[in-house]
Design a protein around this ligand. Structure first.
Ligand SMILES: *[C@@H]1O[C@H](CO)[C@@H](O)[C@H](O)[C@H]1NC(C)=O
Ligand SMILES: *[C@@H]1O[C@H](CO)[C@@H](O)[C@H](O)[C@H]1NC(C)=O
Ligand SMILES: *[C@@H]1O[C@H](CO)[C@@H](O)[C@H](O)[C@H]1NC(C)=O
Ligand SMILES: *[C@@H]1O[C@H](CO)[C@@H](O)[C@H](O)[C@H]1NC(C)=O
Length: 495
């Protein structure tokens, strides 16, 4: 909805030693579900959002990230979505803080700068070597973080204004990203697309991007996000149109979730949609990311950041926390064998509903891009996890009634845990599953990267069984298949 927002999803678990940021467990995509590799549990996304700054990359300011991560962890968020990232900046502190908080990140590779996005009205003018160099640099910058859940290759590129063949360019960018990851990154990282809230375009976009193309298998998206603002105030499953989504995506072969949600036509936002979104009726979906973290002109914020060291929780934050706290974690973490077994349909014009592009003759790579993929970006700025030593809230925080909230701090989670509502308040690490050595030595941080490389690429059938054989602190891996985001999707918004 907002091109300046940043979103990311994070599910992170850290070692028992708070000075070490351990890796979170990797997620795989198994059919239509996101799955935590080590346990085989489904992962749904509960989300919140975080706004950091209007003019800078939100994951480059460690103090702001610590402040936001503490408040998101307390809320129960397991994933943030972040937009407007700048590949050359240092993101180590922020990524490590969210990792320690048990929060995954879903990142948009595009931003508004020159050579950093596809022009929806004339994508062929911006699908260039310079653009793909930007995209690959973002991949290099974030791939090393274990709590990276995945990337969006595009956000709302397809809308009423877009060129008719824009969908083919999105598949091409997805292909290039996945080929780059396969060649240059030592684990699988999912690449998805985030669709605009335009009813007519939703089904065909998902059909076009999510089908199997024999001559370009890597151009298929791994997950589908939709920006959805149709539930306002006290709507219902039927009146909101959520029932139609369940019908539409009932047989999805890839995870589908709200990449933004939270209508604000009725204020305050009481989030009565949350129990429905995470309830049995909508189990085909993998959660959603609330738009957005920081209050700004368009009035969607969960928190009002009045200065770098002063935050006021809005009424909406409290309503969301209440709804999150009631969620049925058992339901959210149950994998569904029908959903995980869904196979993508073969791309075919008959698959596409409505008036939409239905040719899969994808644009060829711009000159020089094959070489970029085979050799990797030279002297890329690659992130690395760092220890999180400071956990105290660096800002003054006030509740909705103006009361100051004291003693807030980051709870560093063990690597087998991702954040969920109520976890951080009185934290005891859960029993590790699989071979994960969460109770092991303080070298968890180091082992995470080793595991990451050894856990490698999950095959499409690997998700659940492979999980138990992966080592400690494996990152989320997206294989093909249906995985459920069994956690919350929180969106960080940024004004
Ligand atoms: C899902 O698949 C079943 C079995 O093939 C079919 O009967 C049903 O119509 C499909 N639903 C949708 C929404 O495509
Ligand atoms: C957020 O804080 C600013 C600065 O104090 C204030 O002007 C604004 O009204 C606040 N917004 C909301 C929605 O509380
Ligand atoms: C399992 O997934 C299928 C779709 O793949 C869905 O129709 C069914 O309702 C789901 N079952 C449960 C218990 O959520
Ligand atoms: C790949 O397959 C699609 C669909 O069959 C076709 O339209 C396209 O021309 C093929 N591309 C190449 C490079 O052969």
């Amino acid at each position: 909805m907002k091109t300046t927002s940043v979103s990311g999803a994070a599910l992170a678990a850290a070692s028992l030693f708070s000075s070490f940021a351990a890796a979170v467990q990797p997620l795989t995509v198994n059919g239509a579900n996101f799955i935590t590799k080590s346990s085989g549990n489904r992962f749904s996304i509960p989300g919140g959002s975080s706004g950091v700054s209007q003019t800078s990359d939100p994951l480059s300011d460690g103090q702001a990230c610590l402040r936001d991560a503490i408040l998101m962890q307390r809320l129960g968020v397991n994933t943030i979505r972040v937009y407007n990232l700048i590949a050359d900046l240092n993101h180590d502190e922020c990524a490590s803080i969210f990792n320690a908080a048990g929060i995954y990140m879903i990142l948009d590779v595009n931003n508004g700068f020159q050579d950093s996005y596809l022009d929806r009205t004339a994508p062929w003018t911006t699908y260039t070597n310079a653009y793909l160099t930007h995209v690959f640099s973002v991949i290099e910058a974030f791939a090393p973080y274990p709590n990276l859940l995945g990337f969006f290759s595009g956000n709302e590129v397809i809308n009423e204004q877009s060129a008719v063949n824009a969908p083919a360019y999105i598949r091409a960018v997805t292909r290039d990203m996945k080929d780059y990851i396969a060649k240059n990154v030592d684990r699988d990282i999912g690449v998805g697309y985030s669709a605009a809230d335009v009813a007519d375009l939703l089904s065909p976009t998902w059909e076009y991007l999510g089908c199997e193309l024999a001559n370009s298998t890597s151009s298929k998206i791994d997950f589908f996000g939709l920006n959805d603002y149709e539930w306002c105030g006290d709507a219902t499953y039927q009146s909101s149109g959520y029932n139609m989504l369940v019908e539409q995506f009932g047989n999805t072969s890839i995870p589908v979730f709200f990449s933004e949600y939270g209508c604000n036509l009725v204020k305050p936002r009481t989030f009565t949609n949350v129990p429905v979104l995470y309830g049995e009726e909508m189990s085909v979906m993998s959660g959603g990311l609330v738009y957005e973290w920081t209050e700004g002109e368009n009035d969607y914020g969960l928190v009002n950041i009045t200065s770098a060291d002063e935050v006021h929780l809005r009424e909406d934050y409290g309503y969301l926390a209440t709804e999150y706290s009631k969620l049925d974690q058992n339901l959210l973490t149950s994998a569904n064998s029908t959903a995980t077994g869904q196979k993508p349909p073969t791309c075919d014009p008959d698959l596409i509903t409505g008036n939409f592009w239905s040719s899969w003759d994808l644009p060829a790579r711009p000159s020089g891009v094959d070489a970029l993929i085979s050799s990797g970006i030279s002297s890329a700025n690659k992130g690395k996890t760092v220890s999180v030593s400071s956990t105290a809230m660096p800002a003054s925080v006030y509740d909705y009634n103006g009361q100051q909230i004291n003693d807030l701090e980051l709870t560093v989670l063990a690597e087998q845990d991702s954040n969920r509502p109520g976890l951080a308040g009185n934290y005891t690490p859960s029993t590790p599953t699989g071979t994960a050595a969460a109770t092991g030595s303080s070298s968890t941080g180091a082992s995470s990267s080793a595991t990451r490389s050894s856990s490698g690429k999950a095959s499409s059938t690997a998700s659940q069984s492979a999980a138990t054989s992966s080592g400690a602190a494996a990152p989320m891996v997206v294989s093909s298949g249906a995985a459920t985001f069994g956690a919350f999707l929180a969106s960080l918004l940024f004004l």
